[in-house]
Each structure stands twice: as C-alpha cells, then as structure tokens.
Design a protein around this ligand. Structure first.
Ligand code: CAA
Length: 284
C-alpha cells in the first residue's frame, strides 16, 4: 500500500512535527485541530523549523516552500480525512478524547485507510477496539523534536495486520526515520526504559543526593546523554512524565514504577517544565 495523502489530528508540538516531516517528504497533509489558533501557531512553527533547516543547509528554500504548499488545515475531522491513506493522531493522552476521535476517523476515513496513533502510553489494542478496523490501527510513536529525532516506535496491537505494519514501517523509512517494531505493552520500550531513569533522578533530588544541575551533569558527561534526565523531563513535560509513570505503575503493578512524590508535588503546583517556564530548571 502506498501512503501519499495523509492527515494529522492535533496541532501541538508532536502533531506539527509529524506534519512537518510528512510534508517535507512529499506527502500531502491536512493538519486538523478544533482550535483555529492552534492551527495558525502550528503552521508558523513548521515554517520556522523549515527555515532553520534551510539556514543549516539541510534543505533548499524550494523544498521548504513545496512542503508548506502540501499542508492544509481543517477544524473538523470529517472534512479532513475523506480521501486519505493514513491518519496520525497526536492529541493529548486522554482515553475519552482518543475514543471519540478514533470513532470519527473510522466513520469518515476511507475503508482502506490506516489509522495510526502517536500515543506514548495508551494501548494500541484498546484504541483499535474503538473502531471497526482494528487490523488497520497501529502505533506510530515519534520523538520530540520530530524533524531531528530518527526513531519511530511502530507498535503492533493485538489485531494489527502485517500489511499495516509493513505500510507504516515503509513510510517511516521514506521519512528518513528508523522504524523499530515493538509489541503493545505499557510504555512500549521507550518509556518503559526512559521513565524509571527520570523518576530515579527525581528521587535523587528529593533525597538530596545532589543538586539538579549536578545530577544532569553526571548523566551528560558520564553517560554521554545529550540532555540530563531532569532537563529531559522538563522538555517532555512533568505532567506527561507523571501520566506515563502512572500508566506503567497501574498496568504493570510493580512498585518500581511508583511516581516520585516530588514529581507529583511539582505537577500539582503547575511547575510542568519548559512549557510552564518552571520545572526542575527555570526558562525564559
Ligand atoms: N526542527 C528542525 N530542526 C531542529 C529542531 C526542530 N524542531 N530542533 C532542533 N533542530 C536542529 C538544530 O537546528 C540543530 O541542527 P544542526 O545539528 O544541523 O546544527 C540540531 O537540531 C541540534 O539542535 P541545537 O543545536 O539547537 O541544540 P542541541 O545540540 O542541544 O540539540 C536536541 C537539541 C536535538 C533537542 C538534543 O538536546 C537532544 O537530542 N535531546 C534529547 C531529546 C530527546 O530525548 N527526545 C525524546 C523525548 S521523549 C519523546 O519525545 C517521546 C515520549 O513519549 C515522551
């Protein structure tokens, strides 16, 4: 199956990054969000990030304008998906919202279209069960910043077919990404491994083992990580980290995933990381 016409639902950081790479690699993209302001701001962000790539000499100015020409916007799922081969959903991690969106996608997207989710923590099998086409439902988990990070976790739900998996893995390769197939278990591989490290770094802060910048320096200089775990937690969003740890804890039932009380305290206080201007570090 060839994937040429696409739609992305959700114009936040992940949604605009996914639309960016799809358009840059020749796919038409309808970016869908109920909020027109979010669509306008996403289009500006994509243009800015494409400019950055032109400035670095990674792409030509013409590729930038061609990519922007391939992106259209819509505020209504029904209007945006009637002729697509693939939809990637990238809305907040709320099960009710996903159920509603996948119900609408199932009703309005062509019968043969693949419905992918960028979820980092909700079961693909569960999402598939909200539709009449669970064989064509799959996880396509991108990483932030999407134009830069080369991994896509391709998550196979219980009913996902081989044809769907092959189509999505082939698309990820066309986008210059490395698709890695994983099974549908909580946190997949990425967050099951990453979140306990971040959580442990937060326990180190709470217990006074070291100051936050020293904890990060240990991991950047000692382990060659591009960002320390606390900077990365701020980058991802502390509310997102807490949510993923809660899913791991609830669904795997092991105390090793219990969220650190300091993480809960900061989320309750609204110190959500970079997007809030305050997390483990302060941002302008
Ligand atoms: N669009 C296009 N290009 C971008 C970009 C964007 N949004 N953001 C950064 N870049 C480019 C820069 O232009 C720069 O290009 P060159 O290498 O050609 O100079 C390059 O990326 C590096 O950026 P910077 O020089 O600005 O900064 P940096 O070297 O500190 O790198 C970083 C920034 C790429 C974010 C790096 O710090 C990094 O890799 N951090 C870890 C990110 C990470 O782990 N992400 C995964 C989070 S987990 C997740 O997303 C999923 C989940 O489920 C929670």
């Amino acid at each position: 199956m060839t994937i040429q016409r696409t739609a992305v639902v959700g114009a936040g950081t992940m949604g605009n990054g996914i639309a960016h790479v799809l358009a840059l690699h020749g796919r038409s993209v309808t970016l869908i969000d109920v909020d027109p302001d979010a669509l306008a701001s996403a289009t500006d962000t994509i243009a800015g990030n494409l400019d950055r790539q032109v400035g670095k000499g990674h792409i030509e100015a013409e590729e930038k304008s061609d990519a922007l020409d391939r992106i259209s916007t819509a505020t209504d799922v029904a209007a945006g998906v009637d002729d697509v081969d693939l939809v990637v959903e990238a809305v907040p991690e709320e099960k009710e919202m996903k159920a509603e969106i996948f119900g609408a996608l199932d009703a309005h997207a062509p019968e043969e279209a693949v419905l992918a989710s960028n979820t980092s923590s909700i079961s693909i099998t569960w999402i598939g069960a909200q539709t009449e086409r669970p064989g064509q439902v799959i996880g396509m988990h991108f990483f932030n910043p999407v134009p830069v990070m080369t991994l896509v976790e391709v998550v196979r739900g219980q009913r996902t077919t081989d044809a769907t998996l092959d189509a999505v893995s082939g698309l990820a390769e066309d986008l210059d990404k490395n698709p890695v197939e994983v099974e549908d278990y909580p946190g997949f591989v990425s967050n099951r491994v990453l979140m306990p490290m971040i959580n442990e770094a937060i326990f180190c802060v709470m217990e006074g083992v070291a100051e936050p910048d020293n904890i990060d320096t240990v991991m950047t200089l000692g382990m060659n990580h591009p960002m320390g775990p606390l900077t990365l937690a701020d980058f991802i969003g502390l509310d997102v980290c807490l949510h993923i740890l809660e899913v791991l804890h609830d669904e795997l039932g092991d105390d090793k995933y219990r969220p650190c009380p300091l993480l809960r305290r900061k989320v309750t206080a609204g110190e959500l990381g970079r997007k809030a201007g305050e997390g483990f570090f302060s941002y302008d």
